[in-house]
Design a protein around this ligand. Sequence first.
Ligand code: HEC
Ligand code: HEC
Length: 342
Amino acid sequence: MKLWGLWAILVWLIAGCSAGGEKQPFELSGVPAAFPLPDSIRFMTEEAKARALLGRTLFYDPALSASGRFSCASCHVPSLAFAGGMDRNVGENSGRGRRNTPALFNLWWQSHFFADGGIPRLSEVTLAPMDNAHELNLPIDTLVRKLRRIPAYQQAFQSVFQREPDPFGVTRALMWFQLSLISANSPFDRWYYEKDQMALSASAKRGYALFISERTNCSSCHGPPFFTDGLFYSIGHENLNEPDTGRARISMSVQDVGKFKTPSLRNLAFSGPYMHDGGLQSLEEVLAYYNRGGDIHPNKDARIKVLGLKEAELSDLKNFLLSLSDTSFTKHPAYRPLGYRD
Ligand code: HEC
Ligand code: HEC
């Protein structure tokens, strides 16, 4: 566990001043003017910013786990676009969940959370890892009692929410921090929105043409600007050792067995391994999977079929996908507390 001086951060937070030009959540940099940011983000209120700042402290604090060893950031690592870096992460009680840790960004535009879309609100997502014996294993009421015993949190919650730490404040602060995670400054964005011809290689441009073509149909599910339509499909990928019914867990419909939420394709350079179970290790493996028409599944979408792409075309597609990676996001100091190192 990395020690990064929680108390220093909290004291700084309560003092309410920005030390040494430290970046704050919602201080966006490099987002193209044409990127569809709603005015509600551009003119974020000071109140929401203060909530996000408290949320950032909570996100990185291992006090949120039963053993004091795990925080949200143990699985959602900032340098990996807040993905986990392995097929499935280990949390409390040496447990591994069934699903891959997704990257976290552009959550403002998502209407369902988790691969099966089982959680409709971002403020509610927090409760899931807290209740899970293999993640944080610290129910919210126990956490709230713990935070009330820490004077710096007492003061921070009073200052931000005008009340002592409670489930409302914890879930809302974490929600605002996560809403502040906006990634829109990749080479692709500079080419597509800012018309910077030099931002993308010729190969990546050819890859984009293939991506939006009827030959591949990729963009019909993963279209710009978010590179996800937020809907649920089976592309045929299953984990045969630990079957996961996906969307059917929520809808109880046999037609939804094996369907998962379309993930965004931004920041793939950081967020592997891929798919709901982390079963595909590399982008080459993913592209080879699509090229052969995927695996057999009764609910597989008709668009997943043999593509017959040649080596050079696969390499163009890969270069395009990599052009969606935004290092200004993964390195943005506003998303890490003072002194945090990964
Ligand atoms: C032990 C690892 C682990 C920890 C700790 C953890 N998460 Fe997650 N997180 C996951 C996994 C795995 C999923 C995918 C769950 C699914 O799809 O069923 C996930 C999903 C999410 C999602 C949904 C993203 C999406 O696009 O659907 C959000 C938001 C999230 N976590 C936030 C948090 C927050 C906030 C915390 C801390 C309170 C946290 N996580 C702690 C592993 C973890
Ligand atoms: C019918 C909708 C659909 C089409 C068409 C489609 N995808 Fe996907 N894609 C998905 C879904 C759903 C998943 C998640 C599957 C899972 O988790 O098991 C996914 C996952 C991925 C992933 C893994 C992302 C991650 O973070 O795990 C990549 C990369 C990807 N698709 C690229 C492509 C490319 C390239 C094409 C075109 C060749 C394409 N997709 C066509 C729906 C689609």
